[in-house]
Ligand binder design. Structure first.
Ligand code: NAP
Length: 462
């Protein structure tokens, strides 16, 4: 039997429901908090009081790493989701169920069984604040989810049994979705697993679907990358292509088949925002979403492009930067650079767009030919100049000085004419391939809570 792991905030019913569930399956129920108390010979309030939360989390990590891989039901402490290593251990080969409850219910249950405080706030405010802080981790922990607010533990356990046996999608919706995929442009090799998952006689109802949403999307390397990561991390998921000229249609299909998440690419990064229930602050400011996570009946939007752009620039805080371009990815770059307190000047072929972008992020803007008077430490190319097949450089070779760091966001070809010229001029260079890798790493963390090292992604893509 696959290991079943219950996640959720304190007071959502993990122990009560997990115990009933394990009894029904005739397997042990292991509560990680109880295991920590056994191992340390102290109660959790005492560990918190004497050693603090950090020590508790270290004990929790050890206990989770030692859990049996199968034939067991596990209840996790409410904060176990915070640690990506815990998620890697807990998710491998498991079925993950998130329990949620409304605030009033949690407060009522916790008042009966006091636990150590996590903040100095009154109980109700603490619950609201901590759940909000962990919201993305809880979403990442959900293969299936159940609201336990108005149910008894037995009713909730029955609902979970039903979900694990039948899946979360009705047959008619699965058939309609398969028809949509078949009518679209999913490559032939991509349709075979979809048929098996959605309507095949031996289908596994627990397999979760994710994909790349775009028009076109066929060029994306994400299906190749993510499907290999699923094998490596023991996740029962399949990543496919959601290709359609309407992002509303894509979102409807994704909701109909209870998809776990979407990567979003051209031309939908802006338009998809109107189809979401909640958008993260950075994505809101950038004006683009490239990651959608579905959980607990809602669609959450994030932008991981800016994190991929910022990662290699961590040592360039406060630099004088020129940003070439004012399109979608330039907005993510402007957010990443200004977040590092850089003095940014935007140059773009269409000046009005440079001005509009600069005004949004508190940057300067100038005409394209003003480059020579700026003398930047850092040049970021966020135009599509240099992208195959039009492989040329946005700057003349004599404009590149060896003191500059040159970052080209274009990654096809891997060594662009700008990067080649900058290398020749003795500049430090950063290629766009790293951005794809790091933004995919952040996406995987949003989908599953697991932190994949860059080296693992590089090896898969090599
Ligand atoms: P976009 O919204 O269409 O913006 C394109 C930008 O390029 C605009 O500023 C446009 O200027 C400028 N441009 C296009 N052709 C030009 C030309 N011949 N001369 C001067 N400027 C020109 O595209 P995007 O989504 O921002 O993507 C831009 C590039 O970034 C693409 O090559 C894409 O592959 C790359 N990218 C890389 C990553 C990564 O992971 N490394 C992620 C996303 C995007 P106007 O405003 O004047 O039209």
């Amino acid at each position: 039997m696959k290991r079943i792991v219950f996640f959720g905030y304190r007071g959502t019913g993990k122990t009560a429901i997990g115990t009933i569930f394990a009894r029904g399956l005739n397997v042990p129920f292991l509560d990680t908090d109880a295991l920590i108390e056994q191992k340390s010979g102290r109660t959790i309030p005492v560990i918190f009081r004497t050693d603090g939360e950090e020590k508790f989390r270290a004990l929790e990590r050890d206990v989770i790493a030692a859990l049996p891989p199968r034939d067991v039901v596990v209840g996790t402490g409410g904060g176990a989701v915070i640690d990506p290593k815990n998620m890697e251990h807990l998710r491998a080969g498991s079925i993950c169920v998130l329990l949620k409850s409304d605030l009033a219910t949690i407060e009522r249950r916790l008042a009966r069984a006091p636990r150590p405080p996590l903040t100095n706030l009154p109980l109700k405010e603490e619950i609201a604040q901590v759940i909000e802080r962990r919201r993305r981790q809880y979403a990442a922990s959900a293969d299936f989810w159940v609201d336990t607010s108005g149910t008894s533990p037995q009713e909730a356990a029955d609902r979970i049994s039903f979900l694990l046996k039948n899946g979360s999608v009705a047959p008619l919706e699965r058939e309609a979705a398969l028809q949509w995929f078949a009518d679209g442009r999913v490559p032939a090799e991509g349709l075979i697993p979809l048929k098996n998952i959605l309507t095949g006689p031996d289908r596994d109802v627990q397999t979760r679907i994710l994909g790349i949403a775009g028009w076109p999307a066929a060029h994306s390397r994400s299906p190749f990358l993510f499907n290999r990561l699923f094998v490596k991390y023991g996740l029962n998921c399949h990543y496919t292509w959601f290709e359609d000229s309407s992002v509303e249609t894509i979102m409807q299909v994704a909701r109909d088949i209870d998809a776990k998440g979407l990567s979003v690419t051209i031309p939908f990064k802006r338009d998809v925002m109107a189809c979401l229930d909640n958008i993260d602050d950075a994505a809101q400011q950038i004006g683009a979403v490239n990651t959608v996570v579905f959980a607990c009946g809602s669609a959450y939007g994030y932008n991981t492009d800016w994190l991929g752009i910022q990662k290699p620039l961590a040592g360039c805080k406060g630099a004088r930067a020129v940003l070439l371009g004012a399109g979608g990815v330039a907005a993510a770059a402007a957010y990443a650079l200004t977040d590092l307190d850089m003095e940014v000047t935007v140059l773009n072929r269409t000046q009005q767009k440079a001005q509009a972008l600069a005004e949004r992020f508190g940057c300067r803007w100038k005409a394209w030919d003003a480059f020579d008077g700026i003398n930047p430490d850092l040049v970021v190319n966020a135009t599509s100049i240099g992208m195959q097949p039009d492989t040329k450089s946005p700057l003349r070779d004599d404009q590149l000085k060896k003191e500059m760091t040159v970052f080209d966001l274009v990654y096809t070809p891997p060594v662009t004419p700008l990067v080649a010229a900058a290398q020749k001029a003795g500049c430090a260079t950063i290629s766009g391939t790293g951005v794809f890798i790091h933004q995919a790493r952040e996406q995987f963390r949003l989908f599953f809570g697991i932190d994949v090292p860059d080296t693992v992604i590089r090896e898969i893509l090599a």
